[in-house]
Design a protein around this ligand. Structure first.
Ligand SMILES: [Mn+2]
Length: 429
């Protein structure tokens, strides 16, 4: 990782950023996009992938499939993804999902509202595994859909798609219990092949964590290699894309500071994000990685938005879940699934925290009242209540997710609101 002095000196001299003479590297996304367009799984693998999808959607389980069959899906996913660069492109319209963390029934509920591939193009920002109880089901559904519709499904890597994390936070235990450790290792081989960053229609950049002081141009992303070892996951741009966070409140005026909350990577302020968007000539950063009370939250003068798609995270957090819909003409909106909370299940501390977050949200308008980020054609905010019902009933109530079942399907062990990086204690610090 770069030292903080490097970052701050660079941030203080923004003109240096744009004047670095670089010979543009070949854009690796072009070859990969062509590869994906032509790629078709063998008929028997397609048939198997369809059976996985059907069983998962209908019965929320892969019981009945052998380990060999799971391996066929995983090996074919590796075959499809190994030529993928760390940086990929997609074209809107697309629906963007944040963290899902093993909350499989909640993911199905969101899919039920936005539609499944291939009719809906989807981009996932990582953190499929750990915390919730159905991590295997989430990744198997996403990989099977990826094999069936390669250009309609993109799956980025989150910090939990690293063996060092998912050994500790639930995925390993689910694999060991349900399928065996050999399969856990195979899942992590697939995770090593996931891209880290996606540019949507040249205007919206997406990743799991956030930006990096070491990204100086698109060229940096063209040259980025997928991290395939612990050491590679724990350094440089790859680490930052999976781990960094925007700073809020008083810290938002700092350009870059060590991310103490994660014990890894950076927290970045408003000016850093604006500069990043300016030098890359993009409109907005879309990232996940942090739970939001309302499912999504704008930061940095609306130059960045966090999207989080696991409602009532861990069965305790009381948050809503959002997905971000980007239309063909780059208008965007959010579908928000509100948790139906049983306040008796929430601790006094949690209720106070939710009340506090509510007040903070008023300071950071969300959804955005008017205008929208510079460069985007327009902005609209729809929550699921207003955008998907036509009956005129109390839609927020009717569309609230059944949090009692969600809570029951998540890990009963306590979990933090955000990840703290035990992994990153060894990340070169
Ligand atoms: Mn994360």
């Amino acid at each position: 990782m770069a030292g903080s002095s490097t970052a701050s000196s660079r941030a203080q001299s923004p003109s240096n950023l744009s004047s670095i003479p670089t010979v543009p590297s070949a854009d690796p996304t072009i070859a990969y996009t062509e590869h994906e367009k032509k790629w078709v799984a063998k008929p028997e693998v397609r048939g198997l992938a369809k059976r996985f999808v059907n069983r998962l959607i209908k019965h929320q389980t892969i019981d009945g499939f052998t380990d060999d069959e799971v391996n066929v899906i995983l090996n074919t996913t590796i075959e499809l993804l190994s030529p993928a660069p760390a940086f990929i492109r997609m074209t809107a319209p697309v629906v963007i999902f944040g963290d899902t963390h093993g909350q499989f029934s909640d993911l199905l509920r969101l899919f039920g509202h936005v539609g499944y591939p291939p009719s809906t193009r989807v981009l996932f920002l990582g953190d499929y595994v750990d915390r919730g109880r159905k991590s295997i089901e989430i990744v198997m559904l996403l990989f099977a859909l990826k094999l069936l519709y390669p250009t309609q499904v993109q799956v980025l890597r989150g910090n939990h798609e690293c063996a060092k994390m998912n050994r500790l936070y639930g995925f390993y235990e689910q694999c060991r219990r349900d399928r065996g450790v050999v399969l856990w290792k195979k899942f992590n081989q697939v995770f090593n092949e996931l891209p880290l960053c996606c540019l949507v229609s040249e205007r919206i950049i997406c990743m799991h964590g956030g930006i990096s002081p070491d990204i100086k141009s698109l060229d940096t992303l063209y040259k980025l290699k997928k991290p395939r070892t612990h050491a590679e996951c724990d350094t440089g741009v790859a680490l930052d894309l999976m781990w960094s966070d925007p700073a809020a409140g008083a810290d938002a005026c700092c350009s870059w500071q060590f991310n103490k909350m994660r014990n890894a990577s950076w927290m970045f302020g408003t000016e850093s994000v604006k500069e990043f968007n300016r030098i890359l000539d993009i409109d907005i950063v879309v990232r996940a990685h942090e739970v939001c009370r309302n499912g999504h939250l704008f930061y940095c003068d609306k130059n960045l938005v966090t999207v989080f798609s696991a409602p009532n995270y861990c069965g305790t957090d009381g948050n809503a879940a959002s997905v971000m819909r980007v239309s063909k003409d780059l208008k965007y909106s959010f579908l928000t699934m509100k948790p139906r909370l049983n306040k008796n299940d929430l601790s006094k501390e949690k209720m106070e925290l939710l009340d506090k977050q509510n007040k903070n949200d008023i300071k950071s308008p969300n959804p955005m009242p008017k205008g929208g980020p510079p460069g985007l054609a327009s902005y609209s905010s729809l929550d699921m209540a207003s955008s998907t019902t036509s009956s005129g009933t109390d839609s927020s109530e009717s569309l609230a997710s059944d949090m009692s079942s969600s809570a029951a399907s998540t890990a009963s062990s306590s979990c933090a609101t955000t990840d703290t990086s035990s992994a990153s204690k060894s990340s070169g610090k």
